[in-house]
Design a protein around this ligand. Sequence first.
Ligand SMILES: Nc1ncnc2c1ncn2[C@@H]1O[C@H](COP(=O)(O)OP(=O)(O)OP(=O)(O)O)[C@@H](O)[C@H]1O
Length: 805
Amino acid sequence: MPPKRKAALEKGNGEDDEMDYSQDEEELSDKETYDKLRDTFDVVAMSKRARAAHPKDSASFLFKKCDQWDAQLRPDHLNRPIWVDDAGRIILESFSPLFDDAQDFLINIAEPQSRVSRMHEYTLTPHSLFAAVSVGHSSREIVEKLDSYAKTPLSPTVIAFIRKSTSSFGKAKIVLKHTLTYIESDDPAILEKILKDPIIAQCRADTNAGLIKEAAPKIGVMAIPGTKMAAGANQVAAAAKQIPQPNGEPQKPAEIIASLREDDDDEEIAQVHSFQIKTDERERVIKRCQDIQLPLTEEYDFNNDEMNANLDIDLRPHAQIRYYQEKALSKMFSNSRARSGIIVLPCGAGKTLVGITAACGVKKSVIVLCTSAMSVVQWRAEFIKWSNINPEDIAVFTSESKTLFPRNAGIIISTYSMISMNRERSHESKKVMEFIKEREWGLLIADEVHVVPAVMFKKVTYAIASHAKLGLTATLLREDEKIEDLNFLIGPKLYEANWQELSEQGHIARVQCAEVWCQMTPEFYMEWLKPGITQKRALLSVMNPRKFQACQFLIKYHENRGDKIIVFSDNVYALEKYAKKLGKAYIYGATPQSERLRILENFQHNDAVNTIFLSKIGDTSLDLPEATCLIQISSHYGSRRQEAQRLGRILRAKRRNDEGFNAFFYSLVSKDTDEMYYSSKRQAFLVDQGYAFKVITKLEGIENEKDLAFASAQDKRELLMDVLLAKESDAATEKIGGDLFSSRFASKGKKRGGVKRTAGMLSDLSGGQDMAYSEYAKSRNKELMKKKKKGPQNDFLRKLTQKKK
Ligand SMILES: Nc1ncnc2c1ncn2[C@@H]1O[C@H](COP(=O)(O)OP(=O)(O)OP(=O)(O)O)[C@@H](O)[C@H]1O
């Protein structure tokens, strides 16, 4: 949603709501930055004028067709929770009594764009509709249900879009046979149509003139909806209602699947047709088929895979899958098959357990790819913790360690770079790669999938023949817009959790976010305004004495509250200056490992060490559940991902379920500099997740603080001299690579981008308001807990593995 609109939707926002985030570049030249700032302020002025013209309603002027909607509004529109416009954009009222049902439905059929407190925005896309059909929604059902929730009848354009996007589903699929890739259909005419496309014809690997014809595998009723021999999930569900059980309860769909399979023996032998494609052209073919309106489905019928050995793995009894983990997995395991796709859960919400449960569901060989060797170690440990897998069956493939599993089926955990590397491999490494390449994998789990460059991922998919792929991430974000590629490399987004819901339930910490505006001192600003200083400008902004004082004040304030604080600075020059001046420990890329461990140990266990300074090496790899407050003094331009990653460091806070607990996230911004533009851009993703950034223009009590650094004019001048004498390179952000911390402190290297701003004081963030908030949260918690699905999670696995048992 354009931020101007989004901000206005949140009634009662402050006047800084309407910032412009339409551009996604991370780095801008000075001139571009100035242009942007100027435009931004114009937008603010424009919006104010618009609001003045509509004093009673700050949002309706944004809905250009409101007059038309007025005419079409259904008489009971107040009871219906959604608006749908012609472009397929859906606005959902989160205060509606039908919100939960509507949300459950929308998450299946549309892409969530923004979930702020009162209005959620979704978009219908071909990918989302494709995913909807594959989990059992028919085209008709989507139209009817969407229409029933809508305040106005759906427009013919939207209906046509839904029909068009869903009609061709399931006509052809991409399958793996003996590590080779085929396009398969039970209707040869479809394949001929596909082969007429010159791009796809080029990607064909077999030299046959015609198509390969063979008996279809026996897959009972659960074939892909839309094919001749299929019955979709709806039919099964309908059948379930009709078949009464001895105890009077309807039979479960999974039971029907099993029983129908048993009756399957007398069926006529169906034929399938196929042609082989070059494995390295897989992505191109998938993309092209989508373009010619014949999207390929990729589903793994693992229950009926007799070719690949079964893996002895189950969840341990103590593993209780949380309801949102189950929801996410049920999207993957619809129709008792595994669909490839991406699951998006916030940092600390338990993506690893989701991956492990998926492996327990498929029960075939699994390959897990991570971003670092340290994550490999962690994944292995988590497999052993949550499942009954024999540790011998887990092999690791990193530069340090290269093992193989001894039996026919097993798990290999490795890194993207180990699999995709171009350099000459060692003998051992070659052996492992051969081992990986020559077999079929039931499941490929791609951790932190959004950070992997598309070219690298292509190499990975080329090297690994996997039936199903599961991508895991906290932020499906890339500033370079390459995120779309993942739809073709892995599959569509299957599930995206609602961050606010998880924090209300205590699965992740509740966080108060604030942007603190720090006026530049006149001397610093004079220098900042001088033309021709490019790099130095960033350094002047971060070294602004008033920012330093704000940081010092906040550290003291939060240390007194008993918080443990991490201060982040991308800029190493500032990191050292701040930390040394304040007498705090700091870690950056060049800090030796032993020193890092010592500092982190102390931060964890020593009551005298409550604040540490970290460069961006701490953005992603740190697991410090003691941390309850983050202060950001310098960051990477407008990176939404970095902002979310940093927030992720406190989402795991140990104390998150304490009565009235809040974690704190401050961004210190030098006023009237480009930091303001970047800061608002950085917040966009979190704002879409429902986080409200308060703007603090004055830190209450700072004027009474006696020991503030750089209080005298002389000190300020000296600091300015230091900054001016610093090398240009001191103004650059740190360049880092490789593993950052020992596995002891490492989470699994998580990566994760309009602003909702409200004016506020520091006391608003931590005083009585918190209590009111926590009371509210408590009752909401109870409500939400009631809604959670009851019963043991292993039911879920039982459903998946019923056939085998
Ligand atoms: N169902 C569950 N029951 C109990 N503990 C769980 C469950 N799911 C996850 N956890 C725990 O929550 C913590 C966070 O899990 P995990 O590291 O998988 O999160 P993540 O989403 O990968 O986070 P990050 O992105 O920060 O790495 C871990 O300690 C994990 O054991």
